[in-house]
Design a binder for this molecule. Structure first.
Ligand SMILES: [Zn+2]
Length: 238
């Protein structure tokens, strides 16, 4: 490697790693545990709300993450015509509350379908798994690579990413496998998971293989979903 590019590589690595401080890692792990407790309904909602807000603020204050508000499409090799419904009408947030955990109402998300008629989790066109990509730069604040088959948990193997510069969260559910952990700083377009069929309903035969994708702003310090259909339509397909 020529000297100049080596120096550049080291500089980029340093900038990337410097964002991943031990404080950031531990705040994200704490938020991950809180999110699990919320999903399981094993935490007082009022206390959970206060704690969630505190942790997000501490994560926000830990470092510089850029955030491009033009997204990358979250499924490699696909674009907006793979979104279920018509013009994004699969999205419905009426009655949704983050603190309701696994028992929440509505579908504040877009389901993005891959070509997988035999439901083996591989793309029928390539016979390979489909990569799930971070839509923009961010920090992984919660995720799980555990989903016991037929468990009642709906999200399956999911990932939550916080995008501090945009004050936004994104959520990727039903993955086959995930490649990140809480505290990881991810770049726009980075492979974070493979599409799968994990989750109580996604596992069932009647459900075509898809990524369940949501975006959230904050209202009173808690995640509040918004319809990101236009962001997905304008997103760059990789
Ligand atoms: Zn869905």
């Amino acid at each position: 490697m020529p000297k100049v590019s080596l120096l550049f590589f080291l500089l980029i690595s340093f900038v990337h790693l410097s964002a991943q401080t031990p404080e950031l890692r531990s705040a994200c792990k704490e938020l991950d545990q809180l999110n699990t407790a919320i999903i399981n309904g094993s935490v007082n909602k009022q206390q959970a709300a206060v704690k969630f807000n505190q942790l997000i603020l501490s994560i926000k204050n830990t470092g510089a993450i850029s955030g491009n508000d033009t997204w990358v499409f979250p499924l490699a090799g696909y674009h907006a015509n793979a979104i279920g419904g018509t013009h994004g009408n699969g999205y419905s947030d009426k009655g949704y509350k983050y603190l309701d955990g696994n028992k929440h109402l509505a579908h504040p998300a877009h389901d993005i379908f891959i070509t997988d008629r035999n439901q083996d989790g591989l793309d029928d066109r390539t016979l390979k798994p489909v990569n799930v990509l971070a839509v923009t730069d961010g920090i992984v604040i919660a995720c799980t690579n555990e989903w016991p088959t037929a468990s009642a948990l709906r999200g399956g193997k999911y990932i939550w990413i916080y995008h501090p510069q945009l004050n936004m969260l994104t959520y990727y559910a039903h993955n086959k496998a995930i490649f990140v952990e809480p505290g990881d700083v991810v770049k726009q377009g980075q492979r974070i998971a493979e599409v799968g069929r994990t989750g109580y309903n996604a596992y069932k035969k009647r459900s075509p293989t898809h990524l369940h994708f949501s975006a959230f702003h904050f209202i009173n310090g808690l995640p509040a979903p918004f319809n990101c259909y236009q962001n997905l339509v304008k997103a760059q397909a990789l």
